[in-house]
Design a protein around this ligand. Sequence first.
Ligand SMILES: [Zn+2]
Length: 100
Amino acid sequence: MKVHVCMSVRGALNWNKAELKRNARAMSDKDGNPMTPDAVRSALMDELAQGHEVIPLGECDNFDFKTGCKGHEDKDSNAVGEGRGTPRTSQPLGSAGGGK
Ligand SMILES: [Zn+2]
């Protein structure tokens, strides 16, 4: 199970000026342009206005804006269950009734 990191919107709105300035450098808008501290704060306000308590850091397609990432099944363990086209039988042929 993989879980993405998320950020509390309320927590981020409580950043002081120095924190806001520092964290704003790591953020970019939808066009990839750097955001000013004011733009970051305004974007956070918008999130809160939509009822979002947390926002994902990075790509997440199973995100709950109240509680964060709901987790993702491990891709490797999924592949085992799906069998990749190999027929799966509940009992191996020829071994039914065989002793252990
Ligand atoms: Zn996720």
